[in-house]
Ligand binder design. Structure first.
Ligand code: T5A
Length: 208
């Protein structure tokens, strides 16, 4: 993205600490004088939050992978046009908990939808819009699921098995290797202070 603002995303499997570290990144950016919008996917708009409930709740257990993929992009189309693009065009920093890398990881890696199908939707919905920087918080699947399990009841994705999340993690790492200029891989298995030091170091690159 080369508009006036900046678009940062946080990614990773369940329980890696995205929500915890959104707050940390937000504070660092604000302290550096940035005007920051915090948002998330699926969600980020009124329509998107309704779609999130459809996707994460159990009312539609067994929904087809294609339906899931299209709902992700439907919510994303609304999010981009109503929140992300206006903020970036206005010179703001958009900090988003998950974005299209999650689609490649979960619907592509996890569910097995072909990459080219996701690329077609990405091109249609986003055109050339991509995050400027992506933090991939990475840790072993067992550790992430244990942390997530302690926190809340399992949503529709958290009911999946270890093999599913291993495929998701593998796809994330593959994306990070493919786009090293955009991704910063953070070892999220470390204590929180250490994780935040790694994030802070990477953030300095853009703040400088
Ligand atoms: N999805 C999303 C798709 O399938 N396709 C898509 O395109 C998109 C956009 C969204 C779901 O939707 C799927 C992926 C997801 O399954 P979500 O709520 O956004 O769900 O994501 P979750 O991963 O479920 O969010 P979680 O809240 O479970 O995980 P977080 O935010 O990564 O973890 P967090 O910060 O809540 O931390 C978990 C626990 O660990 C502790 C925290 O205090 C907390 O208790 N913790 C640490 N403990 C020790 N050491 C550290 N370093 C710690 N960091 C945090």
């Amino acid at each position: 993205m080369n508009e006036k603002g900046f678009f940062i995303t946080l990614e990773g499997i369940e329980g890696v600490g995205k929500t915890t570290n959104m707050d940390f990144v937000h504070k660092q950016l604000v302290a550096a004088g940035k005007d920051v919008i915090l948002t998330r996917e699926p969600g980020g708009t009124s329509l998107g939050e309704d779609v999130r409930n459809l996707l994460l709740g159990h009312k539609h257990d067994g929904m087809s992978s294609e339906t899931e993929l299209l709902l992700m992009f439907a919510a994303r189309a609304e999010h981009l046009s109503k929140v992300i693009m206006p903020a970036v065009m206005d010179g703001k920093v958009v900090l988003c908990d998950r974005f299209t890398d999650a689609t490649y990881a979960y619907q592509g890696g996890g569910r097995g939808i072909p990459t080219r199908r996701i690329q077609e939707l990405e091109q249609w919905v986003q055109g050339g819009t991509r995050p400027d920087m992506t933090f991939l918080l990475d840790l072993p699947v067992e550790v992430g699921l244990e942390r997530a399990g302690k926190r809340s009841a399992a949503d529709r994705f958290e009911k999946e098995d270890m093999a599913f999340f291993q495929r998701v993690r593998d796809r994330y790492l593959q994306l990070a290797a493919e786009y090293p200029q955009r991704f910063r891989v953070i070892d999220a298995s470390k204590p929180l202070d250490d994780v935040q030091q790694q994030i802070s170091n990477a953030l300095q690159e853009i703040l400088n």
